[in-house]
Design a protein around this ligand. Structure first.
Ligand SMILES: Nc1ncnc2c1ncn2[C@@H]1O[C@H](COP(=O)(O)OP(=O)(O)O)[C@@H](O)[C@H]1O
Ligand SMILES: [Mg+2]
Length: 236
């Protein structure tokens, strides 16, 4: 499934945050959007997944205009979203959180057992902790659970909001490795991150977001080698 974002504008009240953002994630692609704190990464993902209404522009899935679709509808169409801050149900178990990931999508609910098996294969830690309350997990385990819950909806396109935030380098590797594995199975990934070096290493292509606008795009490797990107984001 192909995601196209066309000249998207959005904000909060009178404050415009996104300015004519255009980007594309082709079926099976791994795309990163890198940007500093406050650049508009979370606003972008929330607008794409229907949580925020855009003030202009379009979002398309396989050509279909889904700009004003509800978040529930977007999940039903095959869009997964791992939100900033994870938004887990702290008083529910790991397994219950995962099961909830299938709630609004009939084909995911029917294949819930297979979905659990897949998520547990990806994150064996979650299987060990299946009966534990989500709120008592470590930060890394919570991030794995947030990714796992989104995968339970059987997305074809997965939006992931700063999964590395607050995690150790080792746990970050685990989570990024899982995203790469999911992508290798055919799920398109749109990752937004401040962790520029690792995101550009993972991504086929990437966009640089500054003050709510795309200012640069290229392959992950090209941006990683770009002097402007290096001095602005890698302090090299
Ligand atoms: N709920 C909100 N109400 C008002 N302004 C917001 C809200 N959320 C984010 N913003 C503002 O929008 C801008 C972009 O924020 P955000 O999308 O969270 O950036 P990022 O995820 O790249 O750190 C910031 O200036 C932020 O203060
Ligand atoms: Mg953010």
């Amino acid at each position: 499934m192909d995601l196209r974002i066309e000249q998207l504008s959005a904000g909060y009240g009178k404050v415009q945050v996104l300015w004519d953002v255009s980007l594309q994630v082709s079926a099976g692609e791994f795309v990163a959007v890198i940007g500093a704190n406050g650049a508009g990464k979370t606003t972008l993902l929330r607008t794409v997944s229907g949580l925020l209404r855009p003030s202009g522009g379009r979002v398309r899935l396989d050509g279909q205009d889904v700009t004003r679709a509800t978040p529930t509808r977007m999940v039903q169409l095959g869009l997964g979203h791992v939100p900033e801050g994870r938004e887990l149900f702290a008083q529910m178990t790991v397994r219950e959180n995962l099961q909830l990931g299938t709630a609004v999508r009939a084909e995911a609910k029917q294949r819930q057992a297979a979905g659990l098996e897949q998520v547990y294969a990806l994150f064996p830690r979650l299987e060990e902790r299946g009966s534990q309350l989500a709120g008592t997990l470590s930060g890394g385990e919570q991030q794995m659970l947030a990714v796992g819950r989104a995968l339970m909806g059987r997305p074809e396109v997965l939006l992931v909001d700063e999964p590395s935030l607050g995690l150790s380098p080792k746990v970050t590797q685990t989570v990024f490795g899982a995203l790469k594995a999911v992508n290798a199975e055919g799920v398109a990934v749109l990752l937004v991150e401040q962790n520029v070096a690792q995101s550009l290493t993972l991504a086929d292509r990437a966009y640089v977001l500054e003050n709510g606008a795309v200012v640069q795009e290229g392959t992950g490797a090209a941006l990683l080698a770009d002097p402007g990107v290096r001095s602005a984001y890698l302090a090299l």
